[in-house]
Design a protein around this ligand. Structure first.
Ligand code: NAI
Length: 292
């Protein structure tokens, strides 16, 4: 293996066809790879493929993409219905639920399906790459490939190495992300990696202000946008990320930092998850998106 980007002839597998998996599938397909997309929720991969095709057609209609390229990219994404369909993949990126045990189980099932040289990448926001790889036959090929939401738009990709990650695997993933038009950075498997570690207080302090009734979410968001210069306020951003994902990440970073009080999760977040008010994806979070 060299540290060159993966050739476009390499098949890319994406597992999890939610917000992140769909975006990653779109990026890989636009870069010229054939993509296999799997989700364990019935119909989710097919729906995601159809949605990506619509997105690409809309980009073509706006003149941002040649219509033939949009159609070809959409056609390169094939929904699949079993992990066995990843046998020919040279890179598999998982973007399933943020849960260590579930992701570990998936990686264990996957490693016996793919070829020995295939790279197993995870889009986890916060879980230890070292822990995800532990117990696998080839932990060296497990690496973080952490995209940001929305993945087709935001350039940054953290390439995260755990203790066992092979340096060449990280180098190939770094080069591949660059070849896909992204701006990759190397990171080590420390709690929250780089961005989520820095971003935690952005959410945590906002949630504390809310708990203290300093102001409502709309006021705090407007302040951060208009006075702070942020593209989105913390409550809008949490609604975009999804409270299930963001709460899991908050808890993960807090636990991994030995319960450092700076990263303490909020009861409000927990209650939003309990209520299934997950943000944009469920139609309601801090804000109401029904009819939006
Ligand atoms: P999501 O909830 O939109 O999608 C997750 C998808 O995975 C769902 O369609 C679900 O059916 C599927 N899934 C769950 N368990 C599965 C399994 N065992 N096998 C196959 N499919 C399974 O979640 P989202 O937001 O796309 O997040 C996915 C991953 O990406 C998480 O690890 C998260 O931490 C990470 N991430 C999320 C970001 C965000 O802003 N939402 C940003 C960067 C990373």
């Amino acid at each position: 293996m060299t540290d060159q980007a993966l050739d476009r002839s390499v098949v890319v597998g994406v597992i999890g066809a939610g917000a992140m998996g769909a975006g990653i599938a779109q990026i890989a397909a636009q870069a010229g790879h054939r993509v296999r997309l799997f989700d364990n929720r019935m119909g989710a991969a097919d729906q995601a493929q159809a949605k990506i095709a619509t997105t690409l057609a809309a980009l073509a209609a706006k003149g941002k993409l040649a219509p033939a390229d949009a159609e070809a990219a959409a056609a390169r994404i094939v929904p699949v219905h079993a992990l066995g369909d990843f046998v020919s993949a040279g890179l598999v990126i998982e973007a399933i639920v943020e849960d260590l045990d579930v992701k570990r189980r998936l990686l264990r099932e996957l490693e016996v399906v793919v070829a020995p040289g295939a790279i197993l990448a995870t889009n986890t926001s916060s879980l230890s790459i070292t822990a995800l790889a532990a117990g696998l036959k080839r932990p060296g090929r497990v690496v973080g490939m952490h995209f940001f939401n929305p993945a087709p738009v935001l350039p940054l990709v953290e390439v995260v190495s755990g203790i066992a990650t092979d340096a060449q695997v990280a180098a190939v993933v770094h080069a591949t992300a660059a070849a896909w038009g992204k701006v990759p950075v190397h990171a080590t498997s420390t709690p929250g990696f780089i961005v989520n570690r820095c971003a935690r207080p952005f959410y945590a302090e906002a949630l504390r202000l809310l708990a203290e009734r300093a102001a409502d979410p709309a006021t705090l968001d407007a302040l951060m946008r208009e006075a702070g210069g942020f593209r989105m306020g913390p409550f809008e951003l949490m609604d975009l990320i999804g409270h299930d994902v963001n709460f899991a990440v908050t808890k993960g970073v807090w636990e991994a930092c030995f319960h450092d009080p700076r990263f303490t999760p909020s009861v409000h977040q927990q209650e939003l998850v309990n209520a299934v008010f997950l943000g944009r994806k469920s139609g309601r979070g801090f804000y109401d998106y029904q009819g939006a």
